[in-house]
Design a binder for this molecule. Structure first.
Ligand SMILES: [Zn+2]
Length: 74
């Protein structure tokens, strides 16, 4: 299963504000390889999981800085 979202760059370094689509694969494949179709979007990773939300991190494709944000589970 994978989820997608839109993030506006919130890097503390500079004023990038680039808006982009990220994605996250909840269950990684057993061989550790990612689907080819996923490679066109930045991959987010979960820093912390709470009952109703994920705290996530993704690298902005424009400025290459980490963005952290919360994703509310459906
Ligand atoms: Zn950025």
């Amino acid at each position: 299963m994978k989820i997608e979202g839109i993030q506006k760059c919130n890097s503390p370094f500079g004023e990038c504000e680039h808006e982009y689509v990220w994605m996250y694969q909840i269950s990684q494949s057993t061989n550790g390889r990612l689907d080819v179709e996923m490679l066109d979007k930045p991959l987010a990773s979960v820093i912390e999981e709470q009952e109703d939300r994920y705290k996530m991190r993704v690298i902005c494709p424009k400025c290459n800085q980490y963005n952290t944000f919360e994703y509310i589970k459906n």
